[in-house]
Structures are given as C-alpha cells and as structure tokens.
Design a protein. Structure first.
Length: 88
C-alpha cells in the first residue's frame, strides 16, 4: 500500500524537502529528485505510519467503548433533586 498525497500536499512536501537539503546538506536537491525520494519514503515508511495511526485510533476507540457505560450513564431518581435546585 502506498500512502497517497493530494497534489497540494505533495508540492508542499517537496518544497519542504528542498528547503531541508538547502539548510542542512552540502548540496541542494532538485524538484524531480525530491519527488522521487518522497515516493520512496511514502512507499517504504508510509505504511508503518499509517498502520501506527490505525492502531492508535483502535486503542482510543477501545478505551472509549470500554467506558461506554460511564460515558453515557444517566442517573435515575433525580426528579426531586432537580426540583430542589429549581426552588432555590
């Protein structure tokens, strides 16, 4: 699976890579080589990041589902308590 970027995000990523090369490496990188390097990383590392994001989301959803009763519980027999607070 390859992670796909929108045209705008791809252009921003390439520009960012070029800026990184200019500031941190002895030679700049052109747009084509930066695009090829980006493709390589998206193919090689993209699935790792995607899978980690899915695991993180699944963990969060599991935590929320495990606490569903606590999240959605509604106390019973509160009519008189609410009436008292309205009278004050």
């Amino acid at each position: 699976m390859t992670v796909e970027l929108s045209k705008e995000n791809r252009a921003e990523a390439i520009a960012s890579m070029q800026q990184y090369f200019e500031r941190n490496l002895p030679e700049p990188i052109g747009e084509l080589p930066a695009g090829l390097l980006l493709d390589f990383f998206l193919t090689e590392v993209g699935p790792l990041l995607y899978n980690q994001g899915v695991r993180d989301a699944a963990t969060r959803m599991t935590q929320r589902i495990e606490d569903l009763e606590g999240e959605l519980n509604e106390d019973a027999f509160t009519y008189w308590v609410k009436q008292k607070s309205k009278r004050r």
